[in-house]
Write a protein that binds this ligand. Structure first.
Ligand SMILES: Cc1cc2nc3c(=O)[nH]c(=O)nc-3n(C[C@H](O)[C@H](O)[C@H](O)COP(=O)(O)OP(=O)(O)OC[C@H]3O[C@@H](n4cnc5c(N)ncnc54)[C@H](O)[C@@H]3O)c2cc1C
Ligand code: FES
Ligand code: FES
Length: 474
């Protein structure tokens, strides 16, 4: 049974189908219709709810898209919906600010905005405009306009952070820990099963017993298979309760990130490698997506336009794959075998990703090109790693997404850079090699010609980065 707290009160769902979304359950079964369905694909934010988990003495609050969240993902968490915010007759400070600033017209998007702001409110975030923009980047409003919403956010995030959850946080954390200390989640129904093993060995055993089971991490890709592609999921095995897959550590000069670490947790550590990585991850989906989505899921789905694989390829990352048979390490170079195909075999899972840390003086630069700054998928994503000796390039790794059926290294480009001086001519030569390395994909996001031209233009930017001029300009 799935045990969680709904707006502070314990809720037990004995046997939800494995692919039942939280939004369906809220609206159809629980008749809590405040959370809206706009797109059913994690884009519009109308369904935003807030999830909290124990952290230290208190709780960590994050927004999530209920439309692509499976019921099993709620186990051991607090789920807050817009119905749970008001304290009796008193609106929550975020709601009161929305009213005071006339930040709602048709109201369809409003519960989602309120919940995104509530997550920021409880997380103690500042009222800086850049943070507010980031906070609502995953919420679309088609009629009010954003200024009053941003004003309401600034107002709510400038005052006291007391609300009806303030005195409850410690008690809620204790109750969630009790659920976590109970049996591991295992729901079996006529509609299928949802398992959430607690250890690597139990995860391996669950997959060995049912090699046809599908792994779920954040569900931010998998959820769309359910809601958009109408593919029922009969057997899901979650990696989220596996403690070993949720760690991040530095080991032997590499940053090792467990496959179940969500972007929101990995972001600060990765951004410390280079600010351009922080910008990349800050633009990956929205806060709702980054709260749950993982690098493990980004690699495993093997999309040619996933944002982290080009970066990881350029950094020389490798993936450790687990199964009941043990572990094997695979260089990310060898991981993608074709369009949405990987070396993963039935019964295997990505356990962790090892990212060699650059040395002082190495250059790392990653750039995502998409139509919108926020909440958009890449047309092209390019990443560069350079190690220099004097004024020459001793080692170059360059990788792109959106340029082939898989994320891939640009070997001709790398050859043009390696051993050459750091000069504009070298980067121009490298750009010319691109057309020999790739035949870019051609689709509704961008034409092949656009992709090639945009990728070539990155080399001017990367030359500036190599000479320090980019940093000075930005
Ligand atoms: C609105 C929206 C915006 C998005 N924006 C971006 C974006 O800007 N850039 C981008 O790159 N992506 C984006 N995505 C896609 C998605 O968020 C990412 O690919 C994310 O990293 C997927 O991770 P996840 O943990 O949610 O994977 P899941 O959805 O849980 O799983 C994805 C696939 O990987 C498999 N899998 C998961 N974990 C493992 C594991 N440990 N071992 C083996 N297989 C595993 C699953 O079986 C599934 O097939 C977006 C998605 C949405 C809905
Ligand atoms: S309904 Fe649009 S994000 Fe969920
Ligand atoms: S108030 Fe109408 S969509 Fe935002």
């Amino acid at each position: 049974m799935v045990r969680f707290l709904l707006n502070g009160l314990e809720e037990v769902c004995a046997a939800p189908p494995p692919d039942q979304t939280v939004l369906q359950w809220l609206r159809v079964q629980r008749r809590l219709t405040g959370s809206k369905e706009g797109c059913a694909e994690g884009d519009c934010g109308a369904c935003t709810v807030v999830l909290a988990e124990p952290e230290g003495d208190g709780l960590r609050w994050r927004p999530a898209n209920a439309c692509i969240l499976m019921m099993g993902q709620l186990h051991g968490r607090l789920l807050v919906t817009v119905e749970g915010l008001a304290d009796g007759e008193s609106l929550h400070p975020v709601q009161a600010a929305m009213v005071a600033h006339h930040a709602s017209q048709c109201g369809f998007c409003t519960p989602g905005f309120v919940m995104s702001l509530f997550a920021a409110f409880r997380s103690g975030e500042s009222a800086r405009t850049s943070e507010i923009h980031d906070c609502v980047a995953g919420n679309l409003c088609r009629c009010t306009g954003y200024r009053p919403i941003v004003d309401a956010a600034a107002d709510a995030l400038s005052g006291s952070r007391d609300d009806r959850f303030s005195p409850l946080a410690t008690d809620i954390a204790t109750r969630l820990r009790e659920i976590a200390a109970g049996p591991a989640l295992s729901v079996e129904t006529d509609a299928g099963r949802f398992l959430a093993p607690r250890s690597r060995s139990h995860l391996a055993a669950a997959l060995a017993a049912d090699p046809g089971a599908r792994l779920i991490a954040g569900g931010t890709d998998l959820g769309l298979d359910v809601t958009k592609r109408r593919q029922p999921q009969r057997s899901l095995v979650s990696v989220n309760a596996v403690a070993e897959l949720k760690t991040m550590e530095e080991r032997d000069g590499a940053l090792v990130i467990g496959a179940a670490v969500p972007y929101a947790d990995a972001l600060p550590r990765l951004a410390a490698i280079d600010p351009s990585i922080g910008v990349l991850l800050r633009r990956l989906g929205s806060r709702q997506i980054r709260a749950l989505g993982t690098i493990g899921g980004n690699i495993a789905n093997a999309s040619p336009i996933g944002d982290t694989p080009p970066l990881l390829l350029a950094l020389g990352a490798s993936v450790t794959i687990g199964s009941a048979a043990g572990e094997r390490a695979v260089s990310l170079d060898a991981f993608f075998t074709g369009y949405r195909r990987t070396v993963l075999r039935p019964g295997e899972f990505i356990d962790r990703i090892s990212i060699p840390l650059p040395r002082p003086g190495d250059l790392v630069q990653v750039d995502k090109i998409s139509r919108r700054f926020d909440q958009d998928i890449s047309a092209v994503c390019g990443a560069l790693f350079l190690r220099r000796e004097g004024d020459r390039i001793a080692l170059a790794r360059v990788a792109f997404g959106g340029m082939a059926a898989t994320p891939a290294r640009a070997t001709g480009v790398e050859a043009a850079l390696t051993g050459a001086p750091v000069s504009r001519q070298t980067f121009e030569n490298a750009a010319q090699a691109l057309a020999r390395d790739f035949k870019p994909i051609d689709d509704f996001r961008a034409s092949a010609a656009y992709r090639l031209r945009a990728a070539e233009n990155l080399f001017e930017r990367w030359f500036l980065a190599a000479t320090g001029a980019l940093e000075a300009a930005e």
